[in-house]
Design a protein. Structure first.
Length: 95
């Protein structure tokens, strides 16, 4: 992805993500935000090694992560308030 190109089309339209799919965002050095506000439930969510990720506000509509929620090594991410709506999660790992 080129600088300034914006997020991939799949991330621009939350309606493209089905609740039965896992979402894994790993090693995306230019990713600063994610907008999947239309997704309420997802089985597995991984945010790993996205050095420029500063916000998870795009997850504000999510209420359930069925199996696992992993947030690890996102150096610029200091605020997880976008995930406050998640009231059900199988396994939670934040480092």
């Amino acid at each position: 992805m080129k600088t300034g190109a914006g997020p991939p089309a799949a991330l621009r339209s939350a309606s493209k993500i089905e609740a039965s799919l896992n979402l894994s965002l790993e090693a995306n050095p230019l990713l600063t935000t994610v907008d999947v506000t239309g997704v309420k439930s997802i089985p597995y969510l991984t945010l790993f090694d996205n050095d420029a990720l500063t916000s998870v506000d795009g997850f504000s509509g999510m209420t359930k992560v069925g199996t696992r929620l992993l947030i690890k090594e996102n150096d610029a991410l200091t605020d997880l308030s976008g995930l406050l709506g998640v009231t059900q999660v199988g396994e939670l790992t934040i480092t």
